[in-house]
Design a protein around this ligand. Structure first.
Ligand code: ZN
Length: 397
């Protein structure tokens, strides 16, 4: 399992060159974690790897900022190799519909900063990158760090991606970024490697690692924002599907002759339940409610139409969840995203419908709201940047 932009995706599988190298990297990292700084000769003895293998892997890890090799003279073999995780950082970026979120974390996966700011719906690439840069610099300054300390980045986007990290399906779903190689554009702007994946996939990854999905083998995360998407983790592996677009439950058909959807089809779930749909339904009587935040605020203030529309969305979400439960029989379903922030007005009807329509044999499934809240997608981008999307993760052990 790997992200759409991870080169390792081209050569997966046990016994492949990439999995062998990942396993050797993990042995070296583990040895340095256990024993502290070691010379190459010490590392060779402790890991039973050939000195030439150690040398090659240490060079790669040094390039990625995971280890630091002393500069002192005394011969290359005598130099100490240090694990270098706490003062190097990764950035996770969530490009939302109407907002931008960033999470800054150390290479040891300690989150040291988070920020979320409004971003105009449909903002172009330059505007998005400018705001990312501004927020990134704020986070780094607060952490007492600088751009030089930044090693890698991850980006979560609210649209389906192909296996190369390019928007697939209809360009109308996320028009400003249609055809753009997102990882390359971010890498060019910030001069560090970036990876990119769909936001629901990364929400699932974050929740699996740090949220309600911990200790499960199979879970589905359902992101409920302007559209719906699912991140599917089967047997501990994030599942991307044959062409990278698994989990697009927002584009499953609920009414063949229903309204047109951004994907070009008709009657998709997103045309019946989503923040987009909620805003459309309210527009004739409350045109001032034109964003997720305003919708949630109106419901919290007790505005009856806002409460009604969120209740309806909750019921439709419950139907979608029951379909996922009946299809995949996961241990856990975790929901997250802006709609779930509405609280029980949304989640109570969702739970009622999900329970009513799930097969009795799936009765053990847990239905939970992510404890990671609005951070979940940016944290998933952090996990992607850290390489935690791989079962042979460097940093999980
Ligand atoms: Zn659709």
């Amino acid at each position: 399992m790997a992200s759409p932009t991870d080169p390792a995706r081209d050569e997966p599988g046990p016994g492949s060159q990439s999995s062998l190298r990942a396993a050797n990297e993990q042995r070296i990292i583990s040895a340095l974690r256990t024993a502290g700084p070691l010379t190459q000769a010490d590392l060779s003895r402790r890991t039973a790897l050939a000195p030439s293998t150690i040398s090659g892997i240490v060079s790669i890890l040094a390039e990625r900022g995971l280890v630091r090799v002393d500069d002192e003279p005394g011969g290359r073999k005598g130099r100490l190799i240090h694990l270098d995780l706490e003062d190097r950082y990764v950035i996770g970026v969530e490009i939302g519909n109407g907002h931008l979120s960033l999470a800054l974390a150390t290479l040891s996966a300690r989150v040291v900063g988070f920020v979320r700011r409004p971003l105009v719906l449909g903002a172009d690439v330059a505007t998005t990158l400018d705001l990312t840069q501004s927020l990134l610099d704020q986070l780094l300054t607060s952490a007492g760090a600088s751009r030089r300390d930044l090693v890698r980045g991850g980006v979560a986007v609210p649209a389906p991606l192909d296996l190369h990290g390019i928007l697939s399906s209809s360009p109308l779903i996320f028009p400003a970024w249609a055809g753009v190689d997102i990882a390359t554009v971010f890498a060019g702007r910030f001069e560090i490697p970036f990876s990119v994946d769909n936001d629901a996939n990364l929400g699932g990854l974050a929740d699996y690692l740090w949220g309600a999905g911990q200790n499960s083998h199979s879970m589905v995360f359902v992101g409920m924002n302007y559209g719906f998407g699912a991140g599917i983790i089967l047997e501990g592996t994030l599942f991307h599907g044959a062409t990278g677009v698994s989990g697009e439950i927002g584009h499953t058909t609920v009414d063949e002759n229903g309204d047109f959807c951004q994907c070009g089809n008709r009657g998709c779930l997103n045309t019946v339940a989503s923040i987009n749909r909620a805003l459309e339904l309210l527009a004739p009587i409350h045109p001032e409610i034109d964003s997720a935040e305003k919708l949630l605020d109106a419901a919290a203030a007790g505005l009856p139409p806002a409460i009604r529309v969120l209740t309806d969305m909750g019921r439709a979400s419950g139907v979608a969840i029951a379909n996922v439960v009946n299809l995949l029989n996961p241990e856990v379903i975790v929901v997250g995203g802006d709609l779930t922030r509405a609280g029980t007005v949304f989640t109570d009807p969702m739970i009622t419908m999900a329970t009513r329509l799930s097969m009795p044999a799936t009765a053990g499934v847990k239905l939970l709201t992510t404890p990671l809240g609005e951070r979940v997608f940016a944290l998933g981008a952090v996990a992607l940047a850290l390489g935690l999307n791989s079962p042979q993760s460097l940093l999980l052990t």
